[in-house]
Design a protein around this ligand. Sequence first.
Ligand code: ADP
Ligand code: MG
Length: 628
Amino acid sequence: MADETTPQAAPEVHEFKAEMKQLLHLIIHSLYTHEEIFLRELISNASDALNKIRFRMLTDRDVVDADAEQRITIKLDKNENTLTLTDTGVGMTKDDLLKRIGTVASSGTLEFVQELKKQDGPVDASMIGQFGVGFYSAFMVADTITIDTRHADQDSTGLRWTSDGGASFSIEETDRTERGTTITLHLKEDKGEFAEEWRVKSIIRKYSNFVDFPVFVEDERVNTVDALWHKSKSEITDEQLTEFYKFVSNDMEEPLGHLQLSLEGVVSFKALLFIPKKAPRGMFQDDYKYGVHLYSTKVFIQDDAKNLLPEWCRFVKGVVDTEDLPLNVSREVTQNSPVLAKIRKILTSKILGMLESWAESEAEKFATFSKEFGPLFKSGIQFEFEHRDQMIDLFRFGSSIKESGEWTGFGAYADRMPSDQEKIYYVLADGRDAALRNPNMEYFRANDIEVLLMTEPVDAFIMPSIPKYKDYDLVSIESSDLKLDKKKGGLKKGETKKLIARFKDVLGDRVEDVRASDRLVDSAVTLVTGSSGMDAQMERMMKMMDESFAGSKKVLEVNTAHPLVKNLSVLGEQAEADGRISDAIEQLYEGALLLEGSLENPADFVRRMTAFMEQSTATPEYSTGDED
Ligand code: ADP
Ligand code: MG
């Protein structure tokens, strides 16, 4: 075994935290497919450590072994059944061993535990990369792991961390002199394949071909491909692109599309960016890592440069490499760099350009994009002033004249619109069915007017900020001043007035107003937005976020052509019908609330309904007398 270092003092034993023990237990005792990815994880950690030292040495060469070759070396021993991986990276301090190796770091780890528990067949280990359990994946194949390390700081000491994946790990000082880290896996008895040279080499070619540092297996360099983004488009094959995408994203699938750029001018940079087919796991969590890696002339700078792209692009993966950053670039520099601001501007418009061309000629791709990333994309307009109109053009919604699952946008709607229609109509709802059942749809259905179905939660938030598309007003079908064609066949003017007064009497200040409706066909009443109010869907969402949120008052519209409403009008002439009329009005009002999703207490509603049913089913023959 790699044991040139000798312990200095008695090892300190540390207990793993409870959730860590649980994770290790699951890792050790689950069955896997693709367990070979443990090697990808170890190489990726070694590469991270090498990136860190390379970056530090741009400005500070006062480190241990400043002249050491930056590389990764793998040694195999079939007799001992070990795999040993050494890097000349930044190494680890004791604190690193305790905090970065010894504890569960990210929320992803716990998610991973949940995921493992759910599985009943073998676990696909390829997903490990998405959860950040990296290092511990080695316990899939090893029964004991030793880390020998020495940090780059001149005053560091050699350290050894050992664990068998049980309850504890130990740390002791050693006299290691070289900078970097050596990880020794004592392989499980039945995992001898990972001490086989051919097997290890083929794993590296498959998963780690694009690592920035040379990887040697028994003195032979295995990874051959260098910075792909420095090649011209014609030099790169589709397979290489896919392979590179999988490498930068840890995704198992091909990307949905990619963008390769090489620009010189105000700012010079090369970029190779990808859009995944599926939203990356944890995309909305706080500790989600942005997936575009920033390089400065082939030297890795940062893998989470947030301001390289706008928030709504957080699903984009890939590499940006520029010559225009100062050599001593730091995180602070990248946060306010005018160079990055320029790159960001260019990348944003290039990505939008690509999406536009998909929308135009690659419908299926664009539909996938809209499905996976539409909500995030839509939320982006809050901060995107420059590209606002371009983005709005790419928003997609359902439509009352299209099948479920078909998407359309404002532009296509406007093209389909008859020449005398001046407005674009939409409805906010929490699903297609709910949207189509909305009584306010009746007029539009009866008159063959298309309505956009806005069923994503984000729609309710963005629509108030988009009053117009080109010259067309965007109007919710729930708004109270729609200026629709006058309805025929309703009550006479005087009758309407009387009945409406009756409604107002009963409902009091629960509604802003009661009016005769032009929009209803089949329904008797509907609620529409009051003068200052929000759409019902918007209100529902506000309530979800803030329980004390009080919605604004609505306007109740009454369909005076509806038989029930006509009945009420006639009944109104008979004094003795008083109770029945006010009950019916209550029932209509609460029914409208129920449809809208905002009836809070259904008890009275059900009680009245039972009473009405009792009346309508009453038969004079029924007697309570004795049976014969
Ligand atoms: P992640 O790489 O996502 O942070 P890992 O479990 O793979 O998660 O690694 C945990 C941490 O352990 C790393 O962030 C790093 O700080 C440290 N580490 C692991 N391997 C090495 C190494 N070869 N050299 C230096 N530090 C390492
Ligand atoms: Mg890692």
